[in-house]
Design a protein around this ligand. Structure first.
Ligand code: ATP
Ligand code: ZN
Length: 284
């Protein structure tokens, strides 16, 4: 038995989706220009599809699981279950208006024409705010619509804001923050659920390792207590004597959030020769 996963065929989620599977130790046969492929070392079959079609295929059990942006998931409104946030494909769905135009709050969109590829999410948002506007659905290059007189505003995906800026637009409302998620069909067999659990175990180990670094440092023994107190570690740090007497080597794991703060404090406390090493997998 194999678990069938749908991922984007090409586009912004493709590289990260394939890399995630590879980092999970899943080798994929020949992924270029294929509609589907499979793995020889994990019971997984991979379908390459347009991202818009993935919610439907997972709902209809053509695929068992899929990787798709939350934005697409909400727009398509299909019945699938989110099992894990994947931390890539981060963006937001925002309303933008011409930069030289004053913006007086969401009410000022009343009666305006708004171009978007997300008519479902936008119309729900507008009606939640009691705004009636004309939604003009276009499938791509939404950001040029105001410039060519097609619309007064846009509702589009933004990551850095560079594209909006280049088109003379400014972001005025954020409707949704999105990232890629792993979704599953509601009714997977016990056998498929077991494969999904194995995959999730690996995905979580990969995600965790990305948020953490392995740190090695040298510490004078008389400063050891102070230095150890700064380190969280998985259990407690590992301490090994160095060849030079009076010194020890200290090994620990630091998370991204506190990393720089702790490194500075370690230096101040007398740590030397601090090495920071990426972690490939982290299994707790
Ligand atoms: P497809 O051919 O599969 O339909 P697409 O053109 O609809 O592709 P892409 O532009 O490749 O889609 O974007 C795929 C997903 O990547 C988006 O739905 C969104 O979840 C995510 N994403 C992240 N950052 C951005 C961004 N700045 N602009 C657009 N999408 C982004
Ligand atoms: Zn698409």
């Amino acid at each position: 038995m194999k678990l069938r996963i749908a991922i984007q065929k090409s586009g912004r989620l493709y590289e990260d989706s394939v890399s995630l599977l590879r980092e999970c130790g899943i080798d994929l046969r020949n992924v270029k220009d294929r509609l589907k492929t499979e793995s020889d070392n994990f019971p997984l079959e991979v379908f390459f599809l347009r991202d818009d079609d993935i919610p439907q295929y997972v709902q209809d059990a053509v695929a068992d699981i899929g990787i798709v942006g939350e934005n697409v998931l909400l727009e398509k409104n299909k019945s699938v279950e989110i099992v894990e946030n994947l931390g890539f494909g981060k963006c937001r769905l925002s309303v933008a208006v011409p930069r030289n135009q004053e913006y007086a709050g969401i009410g000022s969109l009343s009666g305006k024409k708004i171009a978007t590829s997300y008519p479902g999410i936008l119309s729900r948002y507008l009606s939640d705010h009691s705004v009636t506007a004309e939604i003009h659905e276009i499938s791509g290059s939404v950001e040029i619509a105001p410039g060519i007189g097609l619309a007064d505003a846009v509702c589009d995906l933004v990551s850095s804001g560079g594209t909006l800026f280049m088109n003379g637009l400014k972001e005025v409302e954020t409707i949704l923050s999105s990232q890629a998620v792993l979704v599953r069909n509601h009714d997977l067999s016990a056998g498929k659920l077991a494969i999904l659990e194995r995959l999730l175990f690996r995905i979580r180990a990969v995600k965790k390792s990305k948020r953490n670094k392995y740190v090695l440092l040298n510490a004078p023994n008389d400063k050891l207590d102070e230095i150890v107190a700064l380190l969280p570690g998985m259990k407690s740090p590992t301490i090994l004597p160095l060849a030079e007497s009076g010194w020890s080597s200290v090994h620990s794991v630091l998370s991204e959030d506190t990393f720089w703060d702790i490194i500075e404090q370690l230096k101040q406390a007398g740590a030397q020769g601090i090495l920071v090493v990426p972690i490939e997998k982290m299994i707790i």
